[in-house]
Design a protein around this ligand. Sequence first.
Ligand code: GRF
Length: 207
Amino acid sequence: MTRVAVLVSGSGTNLQALIDATAQHEHPVHIAVVVCNRPGAPAIGRAQAAGIPVEVRSHRAFADRASYDQELVRTLEPYGVDWICCAGFMRILGPTLISAYDGHILNIHPSILPSFPGLNAQAQALAAGVRITGCTVHIVDAGVDTGQIVAQGVVPVHTNDTEDTLTARLLKMEHRAYTTVLRWVGDGTLQPGGQVAEGTVCSWSDV
Ligand code: GRF
C-alpha cells in the first residue's frame, strides 16, 4: 500500500478531503502521518479524529530554514512514506527534504499556475480582474509553485466576489483535484516527477 504524509498549517479542509477519499479508494493509500508547523491548527484535530499520528513541529523552534528542513526529514523518516502531500503547508521546503523525496512531493495551490504564484493567490486574481481562475496540483521543486503541473481545475470569478467567496469556490475544486491526484498516486497513474499517463483527464471546469 502506498504510504503518504500530509503536511498542513491551517484549517485542513484539503487534508479532510484526502482522509475521506482514502477510505474509498480501490488502490488504497495510507495516510501514515500528518505533520503540522502550527500548534493549535484545526487540521491537527481532523487528523486525530481520523486516528492518524500527528507530529507538530513549529518552525519557530529552529534557527533557520535548513535546520527546520532537516527536522522534517528526521520526523518523516520512521513513517516510511513514499509520497508527501503539502495541503496548505505555509512553509517553503528546502533542498534537504526535496532531494530526500525527489519528485514525490505534491502541493496544491489556489490558482492556475504559472499565474499568481506565492501568497494570496485569490487576492492576486481579484486584483488582476481575471474572469476565471482555479487550482493546481503540482510537484514541488526548489522554486515557489514552479514544479511540474499534474492537474488543474477552473472556476469562474464573479463580479461581486470577495476573497472569501472566491476562496470557498476554489476550495471545492481543490478538494476535487487533490483527491483525484491521490487516487493516481495509489493506482500508479502518477509517476514520480509528475507525469501522468497519456489520456488521463487532468483538468476540470465549473465554468
Ligand atoms: C488552500 O487554498 C491551499 O491551496 C493553500 O492553502 C489553503 C489551505 O486550505 N495552499 P486548507 O487548510 O486545506 O483548508
